[in-house]
Design a protein around this ligand. Structure first.
Ligand SMILES: C[S@@+](CC[C@H](N)C(=O)[O-])C[C@H]1O[C@@H](n2cnc3c(N)ncnc32)[C@H](O)[C@@H]1O
Length: 489
């Protein structure tokens, strides 16, 4: 099996890791698994009744509940060959009960074992989490990586505005647990700007030359004479990054904001990639969301692999990378490439089928809620007036005229065009019904008001007829890639 890089995998990372990623193939792993830490502690630890609480893993619903799938992975871990993690997980579940936190820990344990397997001996892993579960995760990681391979707890402090709370201090940091696979991992120095005031805060030994230039005496070590270091030279070299990283959160006005709720700042990922990998290395993000880690990796001349379980994320990353690095070739593995694949997706994961179709049309998913049906595709009317087409996706084996009536019912002055995407072929009656809906006239150009498209047509490249489409997505700013040596080209 050959390791593919600069690829996105659609699917559950446990399956992808087991099926596609070789042992000791990866230099750096960053993972930011979803966890609903905004819920209160007592809700997270509430005992699960079991039935009816199956894990719901969607991009915007990030809670993992105790249910058959958590129970299944728990049993797999505790009866598996990795005795240390088996005992540790069992102890946690015995002590804490069956709840969201232990479901999350079970799901993580089985994946961390695989991630450890795929890391190279000189590789490292950064697990992004927060204080809700970081202490349990560290214990699990100790049992998988070995206590000696724990390198740092990095505090990502993003606090800007804070507020007084009666019961606790304002929570303004996330935690990154850094583990190396072995003693071989090396961190490249990261130097940060250092102001004179910063430098002088803890020093009372600054002297001045006759010309006023400030200096300090530095111990030469072991019998060597002390030597003079000028403050301006020290400041020029910058200060080494420590384990508290002050990096602002992406605020609502940030250019890099793409609208994915858990998007992390590029600066955070650039620091991780620069510190723990070299140009040409392979970086893996198994929970890649809107792709911040793969973006940072590509920008810094690393190869990369991204995995996500939703087409929402995969579509967004592909677009993000193409906007930032025009002409980039990205292979997506696991999305339907033919009608049989599309049928399979529609029958096994209808929501993902809907996201995939909406993404294919370069439209914005609405999640099937509200008057805009399953997706919207904005276009610009003559004179610069924004309008949109609404999209309805039906992955059923049979189709009926009610589907057309539903789309017609959603049309209005700002939404003059409707697109009905179906997996089955339309009936003659439906085609006639769509034709009877007439045309929308856009500056002399006629577009059918109701357009039926089959998935077969979409797969063969056909697209809806619209007046100049406008992309509904926030554009990632254009990047300059760095070359093999990490230099800007
Ligand atoms: C917190 S987000 C990651 C955000 C990312 N760091 C970024 O900057 O955009 C977690 C992602 O993990 C994905 N996910 C959840 N469970 C998964 C699984 N079992 N396999 C692969 N991806 C999964 C979710 O769809 C979500 O996009």
């Amino acid at each position: 099996m050959e390791l593919k890089t600069n690829v996105l995998y659609y699917g559950d990372n446990l399956d992808i890791l087991r099926g596609h990623i070789l042992d000791e193939a990866i230099d750096l792993i960053y993972l930011d698994p979803p966890f609903n830490s905004n819920r209160s502690y007592n809700v997270l630890f509430r005992e699960s009744s079991g039935a009816g609480s199956e894990a719901q893993i969607e991009a915007f619903e990030d809670t993992w509940h105790w249910g058959p799938s958590a129970q299944g992975v728990y049993e797999e871990v505790v009866t598996g060959p990795h005795q240390k993690v088996a005992r540790m997980l069992q102890a946690m579940v015995d002590g804490l009960g069956h709840n969201d936190v232990t479901a999350y820990l079970s799901m993580m344990a089985i994946r961390l074992v695989e991630l450890h397997r795929v890391l190279k001996p000189a590789g490292a892993l950064y697990l992004h989490c927060d204080p809700t579960a970081s202490h349990y995760l560290k214990t699990l990681m100790d049992s998988i990586f070995g206590t000696l391979n724990f390198r740092n707890e990095v505090v990502w402090h993003y606090g800007q505005r804070t507020a007084f709370h009666k019961g606790h201090f304002s929570r303004k940091h996330d935690t990154l647990l850094l583990y190396a696979k072995s003693a071989k991992h090396r961190i490249s120095p990261i130097s940060l700007p250092w102001t004179r005031e910063d430098f002088l805060t803890h020093r009372h030994d600054v002297l001045s030359d006759a010309d006023g230039r400030e200096y300090i005496w530095t111990d030469g070590g072991r019998g060597k004479p002390r030597y003079k270091r000028y403050v301006d030279e020290v400041l020029g070299k910058g200060k080494p990054a420590d384990s508290v990283w002050e990096i602002p959160i992406i605020d609502s006005a940030a250019k890099e904001r793409l609208g994915y709720p858990t998007q992390k700042p590029l600066a955070l990922l650039e620091r991780i990639v620069s510190a723990s990998s070299n140009p040409g290395d392979v970086v893996l993000d198994p929970f890649c969301g809107c792709g911040t880690a793969v973006h940072a990796a590509h920008k810094l001349g690393r190869r990369w692999i991204g995995i996500d379980i939703t087409h929402l994320a995969i579509g967004l990353i592909r677009r993000r990378m193409q906007d930032a690095f025009p002409g980039i070739a990205i292979e997506v593995i696991g999305e339907p490439v033919d009608l049989a694949g599309a049928r399979d997706l529609a029958s096994t994961k209808p929501k993902q089928f809907e996201y995939w179709v909406v993404d294919k049309l370069d439209a914005h998913p609405t999640g099937g809620k509200g008057p805009d049906l399953d997706g919207v595709k904005p276009f610009m009317e003559f004179g610069g007036k924004p309008k949109r087409a609404v999209i309805s996706v039906k992955g059923t084996k049979s189709v009926n005229p009610e589907m057309i009536r539903e789309v017609l019912g959603a049309l209005g002055p700002d939404k003059p065009i409707g697109i009905l995407v179906i997996l089955a072929e339309p009936t003659k009656g439906m085609v006639a019904q769509a034709a009877a809906a007439g045309f929308y006239d856009s500056n002399g150009q006629k577009h059918q008001r109701l357009q039926i498209m089959t998935v077969r047509e979409i797969l063969s490249g056909k697209r809806p007829s619209l007046p100049s489409p406008a992309s509904p997505f926030a554009k990632a700013p254009l990047e300059k890639e760095k070359g093999e040596q990490g230099e800007m080209l």
